[in-house]
Design a binder for this molecule. Sequence first.
Ligand SMILES: Nc1nc2c(ncn2[C@@H]2O[C@H](COP(=O)(O)OP(=O)(O)OP(=O)(O)O)[C@@H](O)[C@H]2O)c(=O)[nH]1
Ligand SMILES: [Mg+2]
Length: 260
Amino acid sequence: MNTGTNTAMITTTIIHMGMSIRMFMKTQRPCMHSFTARPSGWSRTSWPKTSCWPNATGAGWPAGREILALNLVSSPGSGKTSLLERTIREIGADLAIGVIEGDQATLNDAARIRATGAPAIQVNTGTGCHLDADMLARALDQLKPPPGSVVMIENVGNLVCPALFDLGERAKVVILSVTEGEDKPVKYPHMFRAASVMLLNKIDLLPHLQFDVQRCIAYAREVNPGIRVLQVSAQSGEGMQAWYDWLKAQIPAPVAQAQT
Ligand SMILES: Nc1nc2c(ncn2[C@@H]2O[C@H](COP(=O)(O)OP(=O)(O)OP(=O)(O)O)[C@@H](O)[C@H]2O)c(=O)[nH]1
Ligand SMILES: [Mg+2]
């Protein structure tokens, strides 16, 4: 084989390698992010003049900027957006709440939140199955939550990978609805272990289901003995006061006092 042939072979190999790497990068690209919507509605709540928010446990944007961020995680359809809609309608006058909505596609959930008067940014993850810190940082740049506000992050509906990503939130709140079966905490232990609170939603449906609430709670405590469990219905409003009490308790005293 002469030098010319060798050079041609090497060149062809390099071109193929380049194509393969590009193909790999394309197929491995985790998410297509698209950020939509203009936040509005922050002005309806008065803001504390001082901000004394302590650092959240997760290092990140929200903690550094004195924002209380909660990461709402669950399987699809457990009622995350319904819970947020009711929460904003019922206590949105006391707490400044902004929302970041994560879904693979559509602007539906951000539109539902905006209909309550709260600001919302929709993040579409394309093929991605969770929000990550980069997506969150970009969404926060658009949301521009003021110091002392609450940012609710509705993660992509999925009980697996959102458990593994720290978004700088104060806490993960896992929502499990009674239509999903009581064994979910032991089947998806990482999610229930990562969460500080489990909201057992759709309890208005219990009379129609074979769902053992006590067994479900025992399963949750088996994987996470410290998990707090609140039984709620985002539809009827039953049990929601306990959720509001927990939420307000996450707000440090100086800021809470400044808001009154
Ligand atoms: N009966 C009953 N239905 C509820 C309750 N909460 C939510 N739903 C219904 O459950 C369905 C899904 O609610 P969503 O709030 O869209 O659930 P989600 O978790 O935001 O869904 P994704 O964003 O798609 O993951 C809707 O039809 C709601 O009306 C509840 O407490 N009781
Ligand atoms: Mg939703």
